[in-house]
Design a protein around this ligand. Sequence first.
Ligand SMILES: [Zn+2]
Length: 235
Amino acid sequence: MATTNFNLRRPNYVVIHHTAQDSVAQTLKTFTLPKTQVSAHYVIAQNGKIYHMLNDYYRAWHAGVGKWGNNQDLNSSSIGIELDNDGFTEFSALQIHSLLKLLGFLKEEYGIPQANFIGHSDLAPSRKVDPNKFFPWKTLAENGYGYWYDEEKIDRIKMAKDSLNSEEFPTALPKELLVPENFDPLLALRIIGYDISKPESAIQAFELHFLQNEPDGKLNDREIKILYNLVFKYL
Ligand SMILES: [Zn+2]
């Protein structure tokens, strides 16, 4: 007996990469050679041209070993998008313009939640650093793909621990502007989706995505405030 009640998988995440290769031609070749065992659904060239290499309903091989939330097989549930980029330079305006159009289509077509647009480095901390620090995550969030923190609020947020040394510390700050003493940054990273089994790697992945500096794997007060602001968007 067999059932006829089935259909193909529906992607629920988008994972963004940079190719770390020299040209689109090189990437297209890599993805069509069986021995490489790597692929992605889409490749976007620096001139904005989009190459659709695999039907969205099939499982591409782009995420590899990793974890996001409780999901340990991102290849099965995601669309992989590769941006032609050597890994160290900015992404072109044409490339980002095409990416935003593609993300709009995917979000609408498959009903992908805003939180589920992530980078390869987010799901594979310590193993992957793509897309690089020039990737415009803030622009994506402003368009509804992934989240960004409230930049104008960060400087107004206070740390409860500082109240111990200050007599004029405002005691009646709203919850959103006061990081409580028992705030656990690692738990916040876990709620956002990071695998915290290697805390320093998780912090580095967070820094790459949200601070876009050279990650040092240690959270300073400003980064903790950003994390505190950000985590409420994922609850
Ligand atoms: Zn990647």
